[in-house]
Design a protein around this ligand. Structure first.
Ligand code: SAH
Ligand code: MG
Length: 204
């Protein structure tokens, strides 16, 4: 992988205020993926491909990432970026709305990264649980949404997003077969595994 190109892509995305995964979040994901050695990753929300390219470093031999994006401009930029960095054979982009694409997928995944429309997180979770491998992990980025999720005052504009993020947290913490850790890194990261495989959460 061409790390220099990846760094350029990161800087351009930051300049253009594209909400790419933050460095401190990536540090925690590094620990998890190093232990997990995933063969298949599913990402919801590609943007320009930055996080997918970062994750591709941790794939085991022959591993693959499927990532979903609905914004046409971002899709074409992501495709160019992935080519430049030299990871085309590891990343497949599904083009379209994840709400429509997810129900058509039937693969199993070791890691599922939820990083798209906040109002859809409960739906994304349901689909992720259906496709999660027994030993897998679900990561939900932006789960604390600038602190709004844990505060009792929310502007009208954020209300639906906040309600749905709270619903997500409630489901992953109350479901008896799941175990979840919520980290205050980046914009908040929820890490969920099946309870019997919670070893991954220990040092996360
Ligand atoms: N994971 C990327 C950042 C993703 S930003 C990274 O860290 O580098 C969120 C992206 O999700 C945006 O590009 C947005 O267009 C896309 N998105 C939001 N809702 C979506 C949906 N329902 N289906 C597909 N893509 C969606
Ligand atoms: Mg994010």
């Amino acid at each position: 992988m061409n790390k220099q190109e990846l760094e350029k892509i990161k800087q351009k995305a930051l300049k253009e205020h594209i909400p790419i995964i933050m460095d401190d979040t990536l540090e925690r994901v590094d620990k998890i993926l190093t232990k997990l050695k995933p063969k298949k990753i599913l990402e919801i929300g590609t943007a320009v491909g930055y996080s997918a390219m970062c994750f591709s470093e941790y794939l085991s031999q022959g591993g693959k990432i499927d990532t979903i994006e609905r914004d046409e401009e971002r899709i074409s930029e992501a495709k160019e970026n992935i080519k430049k960095v030299g990871v085309s054979e590891k990343i497949n982009i599904y083009e379209g709305d994840a709400v429509e694409i997810l129900p058509t997928l039937n693969d199993k995944y070791d890691m599922i990264f939820i990083d798209a429309a906040k109002g859809k997180y409960p739906f994304f979770l349901k689909e992720a649980l259906r496709m999660l491998n027994e030993n897998g992990v679900i990561l939900a980025d932006n789960i604390l949404y600038k602190g709004y999720v844990m505060s009792d005052y929310n502007k009208h504009k954020q209300r639906t997003a906040v309600r749905n993020l709270r619903e997500y947290i409630s489901e992953v913490t109350n479901n008896p077969i799941l175990e979840t850790k919520i980290l205050e890194v980046g914009d908040g990261l929820a890490i969920t595994t099946k309870k019997k495989n919670n070893k991954l959460l220990k040092n996360a």
